[in-house]
Design a protein around this ligand. Structure first.
Ligand SMILES: C[S@@+](CC[C@H](N)C(=O)[O-])C[C@H]1O[C@@H](n2cnc3c(N)ncnc32)[C@H](O)[C@@H]1O
Length: 333
């Protein structure tokens, strides 16, 4: 099989996939990796500030849909909704908060008290939002990617095969090409298909803000001839390794987001792009009001972790897009 299919099965096989088993602690201190959400509630509170501003800027509509992609275990939903209630009960009351997952059954796992406040959806076509927001934290990096390997002056697609009950690499023919000079041994990922991923959401959310926060690079940096091993990596027990065949379904597999391709794909779907900010700048801007409201020392420590260039602040970026005639409500636009 192609590496793409292998990665898809490792992460999303309905029974054995890494993200299909709700009892496996994935994004948490006890699990395999941390995300901005697992740092603590501050990330959700700051996103509530961002979306509150968009809501106000667009006339405080009474019917306002927020769709979180990759809702995982509901932690971000819980933090966001608590933040929204603190900010303005009228805002909280106007929210229709929806969650989606690759396997929505995973969300049957979310806590009882959250169940009354969120709607789990299988497809955005179930929704008919007048105006709203779609957002995702660390979801695009969890989309399967193809792998390519340079050998004897040409590209092969990387495949996976079983020999004597062992997983092994395989070489498959490909039409993949990259402009530039690449040495034998160079390995890289093909970009995930952001356009097909985004399309159903863009079709439903025609007057909306889209926010994607993730680690990633622009195309030039991703395919730089010196980046000889690509960005694909595995996370297990808070350690990184580069052996994706070792623990199928038992470790996270992830690759950097190609922000150039994401922007192009979003534009092809008619979305308006805005300058991409690193998480440090983005959250500092979102937190300017919150910082004046005497956050606790514990919350300040979370904020520092989220914006620190050596933690989440420097490697993560926030990409925003809008659809339709909405006012973005961010900085000057
Ligand atoms: C790295 S985890 C991030 C979880 C959470 N958003 C956070 O920041 O802690 C990636 C999540 O995206 C989900 N996911 C992957 N593809 C998806 C899709 N097409 N639609 C919705 N969720 C998806 C995975 O199942 C997983 O829960």
């Amino acid at each position: 099989m192609t590496f793409f299919s292998y990665m898809e099965q490792c992460l999303y096989h309905p029974i054995y996939g890494y993200y299909s088993r709700p009892t496996v602690p994935t994004a948490s201190k006890k699990g395999d990796f941390m995300t901005s959400v697992s740092v603590g509630p501050v990330f959700g509170i700051l996103l509530a500030h961002r979306i509150y501003h968009f809501w106000k800027q667009n006339g405080s509509p009474r019917d306002f849909t927020v769709l979180e992609l990759g809702g995982h275990d509901g932690t971000l939903a819980r933090d966001f909704l608590a933040g929204a209630q603190t900010l303005d009960p009228e805002f909280a009351a106007s929210l229709q908060y929806c969650l989606s997952e690759q396997h929505p059954d995973r969300l049957s796992w979310i806590s009882e008290n959250l169940k009354d406040q969120v709607q789990i959806i299988r497809s955005p076509s179930e929704l008919n939002p007048k105006i709203g927001v779609v957002f995702a934290n660390e979801v695009l990096d969890a989309l399967p990617v193809s792998l390519y390997h340079r050998e004897d002056g040409r590209w092969n697609e990387v495949g996976v095969q079983v020999t004597n009950s062992q997983l092994e690499w395989d070489n498959l023919d490909t039409s993949f090409e990259l402009e530039g000079v690449y040495q034998d041994g160079y390995v890289t990922e093909g970009q995930a298909s952001y356009q097909s991923f985004l399309q159903p959401f863009v079709e439903s959310f025609q007057q909306s803000l889209f926010i994607f926060i993730d680690y990633g690079l622009d195309r030039e940096s991703l395919y730089h001839p010196h980046r000889t091993a690509g960005t694909l990596r595995c996370y297990k027990n808070h350690r990184t390794n580069h052996h994706p065949l070792d623990d199928p379904g038992l470790c996270d597999l992830t690759a950097d987001v190609n922000f150039t391709a994401l922007t192009e794909d979003a534009q092809n779907l008619g979305l308006q792009p805005y300058p991409i900010l690193n998480q440090s700048r983005y959250l500092t801007y979102l937190g300017r009001q919150w910082l004046l409201e005497n956050p606790t020392p514990h919350e300040i420590r979370q904020f520092q972790t989220l914006i620190h260039p050596n933690h989440f602040g420097g490697r993560f970026y926030a990409a925003e897009f809008t659809s339709g005639e909405v006012s973005r409500g961010f900085m000057d636009s």
